[in-house]
Design a protein around this ligand. Sequence first.
Ligand code: GAR
Length: 193
Amino acid sequence: RLKLAILISGRGSNMEALLEAATDPSYPAEPVLVASNRPDAKGLETAASAGIATASVDHKLYGKDRESFERALNAALEKAGTEIIALAGFMRVLTPWFVTRWEGRMINIHPSLLPKYKGLHTHQRAIEAGDAEGGCSVHWVSTGVDEGKVIAQARVPILPGDTEDSLAARVLVEEHKLYPRALAMACEQILAD
Ligand code: GAR
């Protein structure tokens, strides 16, 4: 089992889906750390109640210096023996220094059908474009934001009258099924190399 660190910034519902999947001893990842750049992230409490070690590395304490924030985060990840990182609603852009350090060992979930709608407000943009479908993607993290190779995607219909919130809720149900499956695929790939 690969030692898994999950990085969050908020609610942590995707993190919960990963922790739940990993309670199966045959799952290829074993959670060793949940870390947040926001000390008040709700998901930190959920992780602690599940008995997982948590760390908070407050990016605000590092001002504009992204790399010094990342060096502190990296130290926590290394101390925990991290072998694979899953970004789960982690809302800080990572510098090439960090991304290169974890290349091939870090994945992200993004709420759109990549390559469509990188960045923010993905559901709003899909609705405004008149798309028939929305969805989510799990991808390897590369230095371009939301640009790494896609591992797996899930689709949902966009219905008449959908709002950003109603579409987000429909996609989130799929995120919780997709992420555990895609993380397992990523682990198998690393273990096979
Ligand atoms: C999820 O919808 C995830 O796809 C999205 O944030 C939400 C986090 O929810 N991620 C991004 O937008 C990444 N740029 P969660 O904290 O409940 O998992």
